[in-house]
Design a protein around this ligand. Structure first.
Ligand code: IVH
Length: 721
């Protein structure tokens, strides 16, 4: 193929792909199969790979993403991106209508003046066409607003709202949104214009992606409470998180959609807003079908009431209705306040609330022993989903609401996944007794504790309480500890429930025969409400065993961290490992001996001391030793030089260095007996200064007469060794 032929083919493919994209995403009327579409796209991508000079910035191949944006450029908006005033009831809408009419010098709309609504059918209608105000009612999409600029029919730039005067340039990411045209359909669009709209994620996509993410986190061993914390709370948050991704290929994997609802053209050729929406739709934009011209307040109310109910049947979320004056001359006459247009307003729906019975309060024990009460409800439909449970957070919340089992409660779903109980219908109350919060752990029966000032109760039985035991084993296999890949939280829980492991050391007694074909339930439910099952197959068994075997090479300090001794984090584990050299010496050390180690205080020392006095610990260490894991430090030739030449000297490191990273410098200081400190004070011995360090630090150090040394000076200090 000659380059000329390639060019023609690229043009043809581009045009066809754009057309099919339009038919699929805007008209919802595809004329070819997904497979055929993919074939055309592949052909285009192959040609673009061979002839990179033919790649157009708006080629359909840009839809799959790949462009990376390290930091989004801030760009000013040509027209400020304003927000809208909010209304929450009919009175406020009537006031809006009255303000509009007053501003335009038009008589009140007698068909629905406040207090006379009943008269509306008998009352003579004002001739709206000549005298009235026409409004366009639209859905208020719950997403994030975007401003798109088109030049000569091609998308030039996409900018987020930002602070209203300037926003982030997210063009590369926006190009992955299939319903946003990269090239417009044939039409008489102006050579340059801006169009605004809302980017959102469909509910189904949100549920699917969040479910996938939850499964990933569950595999990593997080419990349900922690998972909920991490998940996106609603489709809007997910859409906004997605649009901020640096790699547009990641954006392409999380399908977004967009409705456009407002045109900005310098010499506006249209008479009114509705006309402009229709034109935008012809040019290839996705414009909602649900915009409606309303000629009276009653019509507006009808629109609102209809969508308040019907919204749950939409595939995306809306949080209200937007009401705009249709006529452009009237819009102009009304103008803007500093923040909002006077010709438009939003009406916000109330969060839907239902009542149901609180059947039972149960309690979950997290992997750290913290207790979460859960409201088990008589299943009820709310905002399009069946609600069975609500989180109650802690004992205070139950007390605050004075919740009792059997109560009729109000449940509300705000913008969050988990519904809330907002109140109790005490008139229906039969239960005379205030709810008694549990005093003992529902999993192991140990008496619960509640520390001063903390809202949560805890089960202190960290070595004997099942979820806590599982939590410890999961900590042991974690990436920063033994890093046993292929053995996720669900599997650990399953193995524990089957009685195959009781503590981390038992992992090393697992064999092929014990694992193969093992079946256990996953903690999430399948569609039929039953727990999902998983059975271990050949490949996973092999992977688990290999992972366990490889962990035997993990250095002692990480094993020590993995044991999950209270107060022993990564750094403390490193210090103790280095100071005592092996687990036996550490297990024999006194509290005082441990406290001699830098940064080990009495609390940590006591915690470690007690750990080794626990009868179960010896048993675990014996098993670990049998398994031949690393229970002592290995002399590493590559280790940093060691001495005590810097003993008693403290250092602050600041700036950028030519030869060593700051972490390396810190390591050198520690290995040679010195101490790293965070801030400059009178007692500091040296400020190790690199390039680009802050002038204030320099000044402070010289004011206090602290020696300021360079990287070379520092090296010389070590050479005296
Ligand atoms: S018109 C000057 N129409 O609601 C007119 N806004 O609370 C500006 N929104 O920032 C907006 N659906 O992000 C308009 N059909 C719609 C809308 C809509 C959602 C958002 C938009 C705006 C916010 C104002």
């Amino acid at each position: 193929m000659t380059e000329q032929e390639a060019k023609e083919r690229v043009q043809k493919l581009t045009q066809e792909l754009n057309e099919h994209n339009y038919k699929y995403y805007i008209l919802s009327h595809p004329t070819i199969s997904d497979y055929e579409f993919d074939q055309l796209l592949k052909e285009l991508e192959a040609l673009e790979k061979e002839y990179p000079q033919l790649v157009d910035v708006n080629s359909p191949s840009q839809r799959v993403g790949g462009g990376i944006t390290k930091k989004f450029n801030t760009v000013p908006h040509r027209y400020p991106m304003l927000s809208l005033g909010n209304t929450y009831n009919r009175e406020e809408l009537e006031e809006f209508d009255a303000r509009v009419r007053k501003g335009l010098g038009i008589a009140a709309n007698i068909s629905a003046t406040a207090g006379q609504a009943q008269l509306s059918f008998e009352a003579p209608q004002v001739d709206i066409q000549s005298e009235g105000v026409e409004y366009v009612c639209e859905l208020k999409f719950d997403g994030l607003s975007i401003s798109l600029t088109y030049e000569n029919g091609e998308l030039q730039r996409a900018v987020t709202r930002g602070d209203g005067t300037q926003g982030d340039d997210v063009t590369t990411n926006v190009k992955t949104i299939r319903s946003i045209p990269l090239k417009l359909q044939e039409g008489n669009w102006p050579s340059i214009f801006e169009i605004r709209g809302e980017i959102f994620m469909h509910r189904k996509t949100f549920d699917r992606l969040n479910e996938e993410y939850a499964a990933e986190l569950r595999e990593k061993g997080l419990d349900e409470e922690e998972i909920l914390e991490k998940l996106y709370k609603n489709p809007r948050n997910f859409a906004s998180g997605t649009l901020k991704q640096q790699n547009s290929a990641d954006v392409a994997k999380r399908p977004l959609d967009a409705f456009l609802y407002f045109l900005y053209i310098d010499d506006n050729p249209f008479e009114n807003h509705m006309e402009s929406l229709q034109a935008a739709s012809h040019w290839g934009f996705k414009v909602s079908d649900h915009a409606k011209v309303c000629k009276s307040l009653d019509e507006i109310y009808k629109f609102i009431d209809y969508w308040d109910k019907e919204r749950h049947n939409l595939s995306y979320e809306i949080d209200g209705v937007v009401i705009k004056v249709n006529d452009y001359h009237q819009q102009e006459e009304l103008g803007f306040t500093a923040k909002i247009p006077r010709w438009a307003i939003s009406y916000k729906f109330k969060a839907e609330s239902v009542s149901t019975i609180l059947e039972k309060i149960t309690y979950q024990v997290g992997r750290t022993g913290s207790i979460t009460p859960v409201a088990n409800l008589k299943p009820v439909q709310l905002a399009g989903t069946t609600v069975k449970r609500a989180s109650l957070h802690n004992a205070n919340e139950i007390e605050r609401l004075d919740l009792r089992e059997g109560d009729t409660v109000y449940v509300e779903k705000g913008g969050e996944i988990i519904p809330k109980i907002t109140g109790v219908d005490t008139s229906k109350r039969k239960n005379e007794h205030a709810h008694l919060y549990i005093t003992h752990c529902p999993e192991c029966g140990t008496e619960l504790i509640r520390k001063d000032g903390e809202a949560n109760h805890y089960c202190p039985n960290d070595n004997g309480c099942p979820p806590q035991i599982v939590g410890k084993i999961i900590h042991f296999i974690g990436r920063k500890a033994m890093d046993i890949d292929n053995l996720g939280g669900e599997t650990v829980e399953g193995l524990y429930k089957k009685g195959l492991i009781e503590n981390a050391s038992d992992l090393f007694s697992l064999t092929y025969d014990k694992l193969i074909g093992l079946e256990f339930e996953m903690s999430n439910e399948a569609d039929d409400g039953k727990l999902k099952k998983r059975s271990l197959q050949e490949k996973s068994v092999q992977n688990i065993l290999v992972g366990i075997e490889q962990s035997k090479q993990i250095p002692f300090e990480r094993l020590l961290f993995g044991l999950g001794i209270r107060m022993v984090g990564e750094t403390v584990a490193k210090k103790l490992a280095k100071a005592f050299g092996d687990i036996y010496k550490l297990s024999e050390a006194t509290v005082e001996e441990m406290m001699l180690v830098d940064e080990i205080g009495d609390k940590i020392a006591e915690s470690v001391y007690n750990y080794f006095r626990d009868s179960r610990t010896k048993f675990i260490i014996d098993k670990l030793s049998e398994a031949k894991v690393q229970l002592s430090m290995v002399d590493d030739e590559n280790q940093l030089p060691q001495s005590n030449i810097l003993e008693g000297k403290s250092f602050v490191i600041s700036g950028v260095f030519a030869k060593h990273s700051r972490d390396e410098l810190k390591g050198l200081i520690e290995n040679n007996g010195g101490r790293n400190v965070g801030s400059i004070s009178k007692s500091l011995n040296y400020l190790l200064a690199g390039d680009k360090m802050g002038p204030e630090k320099l000044k402070k150090a010289s004011d206090l007469n602290i020696p300021i040394i360079s990287e070379e000076d520092f090296e010389k200090m070590l050479l005296r060794n």
